[in-house]
Structures are given as structure tokens and as C-alpha cells.
Design a protein around this ligand. Structure first.
Ligand SMILES: C[S@@+](CC[C@H](N)C(=O)[O-])C[C@H]1O[C@@H](n2cnc3c(N)ncnc32)[C@H](O)[C@@H]1O
Length: 339
């Protein structure tokens, strides 16, 4: 048993083994999901150590907490007690069995956060545990409203379901993809930013305009990028008389730009553009020196094993005070300072 008092996932000293804690949903995410799925009776199929169950129990009348691992279910019971919730019925069993289906048949919503096999290279809905596709097959004849967590990096074409795909970022990192089916679906795709809970939905907004580099540069939140909602982001900002443009993107990074400073919860980071040069270390170093750099953060596609060598070479002899960020797109380097 691990009593993890330091974990940032929970504000109380929950009990778990290592695996259960790794798989558990952080409180702040669980609270958001629970508010979105608030209902009378909800069933959590594969509840683990109860990270999500606790927050369902706070907003729903009753929760069925199902897991086929007796140790995890025991932790879930203790954690619910720790958080002071007592409206949970714990069921030890296989979520795919007729017995469990019968026991939870009066639920309004079926939720599942399946485990991802760690060894697996290609994630699919079929190989999660319990498999999302199986839960849909088994339960959708009695319960229409289903919601699932899925691996956020899973390519969208592997999710062949009529559902809302909600990408969620927490503290600037992509944290979750949640699929909402039946009446839980509000739009095709959405992006949420926690802790603030700001949300964008696919609405068919006009395409974001492109621009050459302006004075300000923005990295959008990863949930917005992953949900491909840059048009909606630009549209939302336009309603507030704020104009932003698409500058450049590759697989790893997306940059927006604007001539005046724009603030938005959907920006992960904001920079001032300092200069640009080509992929030539001598020219880059000259630019860094003239801009009085001290530290250089590299945002380029380089072999991770060579990152610190390259950074050390660039920083050697710099006598300035500034930390500058270098974004690379092909042969082009953009030097920025984080605001
Ligand atoms: C990712 S964990 C859930 C974590 C949970 N949301 C939390 O916050 O603690 C997935 C759980 O599904 C359980 N599981 C896998 N297959 C199952 C099945 N067929 N029936 C019931 N539980 C299952 C695993 O034991 C594991 O505890």
C-alpha cells in the first residue's frame, strides 16, 4: 500500500499501489468530468482506486464503482471514505459480464476510463482494458449516454464513433481525450483548458488568416491544437475585437502571431519576436549575441541526445542577461522572448 502524501494528483493522502496511482485521474480533471456528467445514477466501469468515483459521488445521487481487481476496489472504498462520500455501490466483477450489466442497468450514464497496456505501440479502442468498443456493444442497448477516456495521442481516424471528442489540457500539457456519446455529445470536437475550464467547440468558424511574423507570437494550448480548433480560437478572439493570425506549424509546434498583444486562456505561452535567421549556427549565434542572450531554449527538431551539446555551444561566450527561445521550422529560425 502506498500512502502518497506528496502526489500532486490528490489533495488528500489517498491509498493505492503504484499502478493504481499512475492510472488515477487527477482531482482537477475528475472534478471537471464529474460536473460535465452530473446525473442521477452513473456507473464507472473500471473505477481503479476511485479517483473519478469520488467526484462523481459528490455531484450524482448514486455511483456504481466496478472493477475486476479486488485490490484496487478496496483502495477505491478506502479513498471514498477518506473523501467522505457514501453514495457509492462497489461491485467486484468484469464490466463485460452479464452480471455487472444487470447490476448497473438503472444507470443514466456509463463512464469508463480504461487502462492503456503500457507495452503497446499502436493504441486502439479495442485493446484498452476494458475495451471501449466492447462496452459500447454490450451496454448501448440499455443505456444511450456513454462517456470514455481515450489516449489523447490516438490518431482521430482510429475513433470511428458518433461522439464528441473533447481534448483537455492541464497546465499547458495535453492530459485527456474524452469521448461523449448519445445526449452527452454537444458538438463534434472541443478543447478545454484546465484549471480555468475555458472551452472551445467546433463551430465551422471561417479559416484563421495567415500572416508573416508580427511582433507577438503565441503557442496555443495543446488541446486546441489537437482538436484542430485554431479557426474557432481566432473567431472567438475576433468577437472580442482581438485579431490573431496563423504563422507556422509543424508536427511538434504551432505558432500564431499578431501585431498587438492579445491575451487569451487558450494560449499556453506568449512571446515577443526578436528576430529571425536561417538554420546557420554562426548567424544564429551572432543574433543571440546582439540581442544580449544568456540562456537559449531550443524548440527545434533535433536529436534529443544532442540538445544539451547544441545549447551549450550556442550559450558559450554569451554575456547578456536574457533567456531567448529559438523556434525552428525547416531552414528558418525564429528567435523570441517569453513574456
Ligand atoms: C485507468 S484505470 C481507472 C482509473 C480510475 N479512473 C481512477 O481515477 O482511479 C482502469 C481500471 O479498469 C480496470 N479494468 C480493466 N478491465 C476491466 C474489466 N473488464 N472489468 C472491470 N474492470 C476492469 C482495471 O483494473 C483498472 O483499475
Amino acid at each position: 500500500m502506498t500512502r502518497d502524501k506528496r502526489t500532486i494528483k490528490f489533495t488528500k493522502p489517498i491509498v493505492s499501489n503504484k499502478e493504481g496511482l499512475q492510472l488515477a485521474t487527477p482531482e482537477i480533471v475528475a472534478e471537471y468530468i464529474a460536473k460535465r456528467l452530473k446525473t442521477g445514477i452513473i456507473a464507472d466501469l473500471g473505477c481503479g482506486i476511485g479517483g473519478q468515483v469520488i467526484f462523481f459521488a459528490r455531484v450524482c445521487r448514486k455511483v456504481y464503482a466496478v472493477d475486476n481487481d479486488p485490490e484496487k476496489l478496496q483502495y477505491a472504498k478506502e479513498n471514498c471514505r477518506l473523501y467522505g462520500v457514501d453514495n457509492v455501490e462497489f461491485i467486484l466483477g468484469d464490466a463485460l459480464s452479464d452480471e455487472v450489466k444487470e447490476q448497473v442497468s438503472d444507470a443514466d450514464i456509463i463512464f469508463s476510463d480504461p487502462a492503456r497496456p503500457l507495452s503497446e505501440k499502436e493504441r486502439t479502442l479495442e485493446t484498452l482494458k476494458p475495451p471501449i468498443t466492447e462496452i459500447i456493444r454490450i451496454y448501448s442497448d440499455i443505456i444511450r449516454d456513454l462517456a470514455f477516456h481515450a489516449p489523447p495521442q490516438m490518431p482521430p481516424e482510429r475513433i470511428k464513433l458518433d461522439c464528441e471528442r473533447e481534448y483537455l489540457s492541464l497546465n499547458g500539457q495535453l492530459n485527456r481525450l474524452t469521448l461523449y456519446m448519445g445526449s452527452l455529445k454537444c458538438c463534434e470536437k472541443s478543447a478545454v483548458v484546465l484549471p480555468g475550464r475555458e472551452k472551445l467547440c467546433l463551430s465551422g468558424a471561417p479559416e484563421i488568416r495567415k500572416s508573416s511574423l508580427c511582433e507577438y507570437v503565441y503557442e496555443p494550448e495543446p488541446s486546441v491544437v489537437k482538436a484542430e480548433l485554431l479557426d474557432e480560437l481566432a473567431g472567438t478572439l475576433a468577437q472580442e475585437q482581438k485579431e490573431i493570425f496563423f504563422f507556422k506549424a509543424d508536427e511538434r509546434r504551432t505558432l500564431l502571431t499578431s501585431p498587438t498583444l492579445v491575451e487569451s486562456h487558450f494560449f499556453k505561452d506568449t512571446y515577443r519576436a526578436i528576430g529571425r535567421t536561417e538554420m546557420d549556427m554562426i548567424k544564429l549565434k551572432a543574433l543571440l549575441r546582439s540581442e544580449k542572450a544568456k540562456n537559449v531554449v531550443l524548440r527545434l527538431d533535433i536529436d534529443p541526445g544532442k540538445y544539451w551539446d547544441m545549447r551549450k555551444t550556442l550559450e558559450e561566450g554569451l554575456k547578456g542577461t536574457r533567456t531567448l527561445h529559438v523556434f525552428g521550422f525547416g531552414n528558418e529560425l525564429i528567435v523570441c522572448e517569453k513574456l
